[in-house]
Design a protein around this ligand. Structure first.
Ligand SMILES: Nc1nc2c(c(=O)[nH]1)N[C@H]1C(S)=C(S)[C@@H](COP(=O)(O)O)O[C@H]1N2
Ligand SMILES: [Mo]
Length: 214
């Protein structure tokens, strides 16, 4: 143990001991967006009741400015190439949870299933229960977003958006639509649920874009 600290140059720095999660104070600071605090908790934040669509009636659909809409049943969705993701999540209520482990399908993989119109520039995620959130396509392409169906090695719990939710780690967590059922491709941006109620249109946690006007 001593050797590890010596090679890292931590000798004599009493505040440099790793915490329970093995993180040094420097790393905690570097990975905590402005105004956020770290927590091992995973609070539930929902604007309404938890929808419970049976899996045999579940589908995920891409529509809007695409050549032909694409749709996957639950079994078809699970058969798509998936990936494990370990990402830091920040909620606008100020908690940040590091190294959250998910399994899901990249939005790149889903979008490979459609031909995007030349005018395609924005996406609106649609959900069971009516929640929506908007993102520029540029913010979700290149493995920046995925539709998760497992969290921490288990099926995603209904309260957290199961059977499947969008996860966009580089934005505040309200952009990570729970109970996702659709991606609507548009030429124009269209504020979603929280974006219409005064939250920032983009929601970059590193720029502290919490509310419109930030
Ligand atoms: N469909 C839907 N998705 C949603 C919400 C919601 O109310 N409905 N809440 C959003 C908000 S404000 C946050 S902070 C996160 C919370 O996710 P969690 O309950 O898994 O922590 O989900 C986001 N996605
Ligand atoms: Mo939130």
């Amino acid at each position: 143990m001593g050797e590890r600290f010596v090679t890292r140059g931590f000798v004599g720095r009493r505040d440099a001991a790793p915490d329970a999660a093995g993180l040094s104070p420097d790393e905690r600071r570097r990975r905590t967006p402005p105004g956020q605090y770290l927590t091992p908790d995973f609070p539930v934040l929902s604007a309404g009741p938890t929808p419970r669509t049976p899996l045999d009636r579940w589908s995920l659909r891409i529509e809007g400015l695409v050549g032909q809409p694409a749709q996957w049943t639950w079994d078809e969705f699970l058969a798509l190439p998936s990936r494990d993701y370990v990402v830091d999540i920040s909620c606008v209520t100020k908690w940040t949870h590091l190294d959250m482990r998910w399994k899901g399908v990249s939005l790149d993989t889903l979008l490979e299933g459609v031909e995007l119109d030349q005018r395609a520039a924005f996406v609106v995620a649609t959900c069971d229960g009516g929640y929506t959130t908007n993102l520029p396509l540029a913010d979700v392409l290149n493995n920046q977003a995925f539709v998760a169906y497992e969290y921490d090695g288990r099926p995603l719990q209904p309260e957290h958006g199961g059977p499947a939710r969008l996860v966009v780690p580089a934005r505040y967590f309200w952009k990570s639509a729970k109970w996702i059922r659709g991606l609507r491709i548009q030429d124009r941006d269209e504020p979603g649920f929280w974006e219409s109620l005064g939250y920032h249109n983009r929601g970059d946690q590193w720029l502290e874009e919490r509310y419109s006007g930030d």
